[in-house]
Design a protein around this ligand. Structure first.
Ligand SMILES: [Zn+2]
Length: 433
């Protein structure tokens, strides 16, 4: 823990909420961003580097921390350490732990544990239905009172329309978003990758687009009926984007997130021998990927989210048919999205920062992240100039499951400061006076 004041100087400061973008200074004291004092206190820590960029602390609104129940894959401690190393000062944990986060006591347990063990702030979603079985609604009011930031059965879809309608009506009444894992499990059957030429050639059962689009269509209709804020998680299909865009133009509170892997990869990249490419929803066609990129750049998709899903090496070694789906994403999310979207010339830096800060904060009804004096000192310091190579052996997550092994990326977090404390530092060759 670092309780000294910190002066970050000579860096590019980019704060999309205020439009600030200049070479300048940031001063942190007592956990807050403050005006730089005329004379610095004696014990101030000075970080000086001309090549770095300071942005408001990044927020990943979709992570799996696996605790309780699967501490062999991840814990709140290891997952939040991975978040800090990845550049995130806040993460939203999903409720599909074992047991599920479906009672106020379990919400309180997660938040208490995170306060004790967490390297960064943890927000938690609460389950929509008991045990995430899709049958009986949880105690929404009690869960909000306990601190649940949103509702999601992520990993599963609430298949019964009546139950989903009732859930959305309750969430609307409480001013919380429903985070929607859109997947028609009956239609999906045993599918493991996008239903396309690659799956046919590999002899693997496919997942058609309608597995996602049917639920997206149904839930947009329910959002219209109930007035609920509906957030579609990990959108994978171009056809879903068209519906989400139409809903927004109609004025509905419908939003979406896209993962780094759905922006970087498509089904043609999948190695059927390597289950680190197995993810749910699956990597879609190159055409879908192009539509997702456009939607992120244009703002129809307001948030990136990693869908960080660590798994043990043993479970991923079971092969494409049997291995669990998911990518260990917190420590590559910044690099992958920056490289594909900004270095790739598809969006500007300010918009890219927004998708990791203002976008998810708005969706969740949180105050806008900012570097203005008076704000809590959540700061991410990035090196956007030098490439780095993904080496999963360096991950502090317990997961190593990544399809990005060996990739050369631009965009790397070199320091994460949360509430004025340095929670991660990978600074090399930077002068600290
Ligand atoms: Zn999901």
């Amino acid at each position: 823990m670092n309780t000294d004041a910190i002066l970050i100087t000579g860096v590019r400061v980019v704060d999309p909420g205020t439009g600030r973008d200049e070479i300048g200074e940031l001063y942190i004291a007592d956990g807050m961003i403050a005006e730089v004092p005329r004379s610095l206190p004696r014990d101030v820590r000075v970080i000086e580097d001309g090549g770095l960029t300071a942005v408001p602390g990044l927020l990943d609104m979709h992570v799996h921390l696996r605790e309780p129940g699967r501490e062999d894959a991840e814990t709140i401690q290891s997952g939040t350490a991975a978040a800090a190393r990845g550049g995130f000062t806040r993460v939203m944990a999903m409720a599909n732990t074992q047991p599920a986060v479906d009672t106020p006591a379990r919400v309180e347990w997660i938040l208490r544990r995170a306060a004790e063990m967490g390297a960064v702030e943890v927000l938690t979603a609460a389950a929509i239905t008991r045990g995430r079985r899709g049958e009986e609604l949880t105690d929404f009011a009690g869960l909000v009172k306990a601190g649940a930031a949103a509702f999601s059965d992520d990993g599963c879809t609430v298949a019964d329309e009546e139950i989903m309608r009732a859930a959305m009506a309750r969430a609307a009444g409480l001013g919380r978003a429903i985070l929607d894992h859109a997947e028609d499990e009956n239609l999906k059957g045993g599918g493991v990758m996008h239903a396309g030429a690659k799956a046919r050639a590999a002899g693997l059962p496919g997942v058609g687009e309608e597995v996602e689009t049917r639920i997206v269509a149904r839930d947009i209709r329910l959002a219209r009926e109930t007035g609920c804020r509906l957030h579609i998680q990990h959108v994978s299909c171009g056809a879903s984007i068209a519906m989400i865009s139409a809903a927004q133009q109609e004025g509905l509170a419908v939003s979406a997130e896209v993962t780094p892997h759905h922006l970087a990869l498509c089904d043609e990249d999948v190695d059927p021998q390597d289950a680190s490419y197995k993810v749910n929803p699956p990597l879609r066609s190159a055409e879908d990927r192009a539509t997702l990129r456009e939607a992120v750049a244009g703002g129809v998709v307001a948030a990136f989210a990693s869908d960080h899903a660590p798994h043990t090496a043993a479970s991923k070694a079971r092969g494409f048919l049997k291995a669990p789906a998911g990518i260990c994403g917190l420590e590559t999310a910044v690099g992958v999205t920056y490289t594909v979207m900004v270095r790739g010339g598809l969006m500007d830096l300010k918009s890219w920062i927004e998708r990791w800060t203002l976008g998810p904060a708005r969706i969740l009804g949180l105050p806008a992240p900012t570097l203005e004096p008076g704000a809590r000192a959540d700061v991410t310091l990035l090196d956007l100039e030098h490439s780095w190579r993904v080496d999963s052996a360096e991950f502090v997550s317990r997961g190593r499951n990544t399809p990005f092994e060996g990739w050369d990326l631009f965009g790397r977090c070199v320091m994460t400061i949360a509430a004025g404390d340095i929670r991660y530092s990978g600074l090399r060759g930077v002068s600290e006076r």
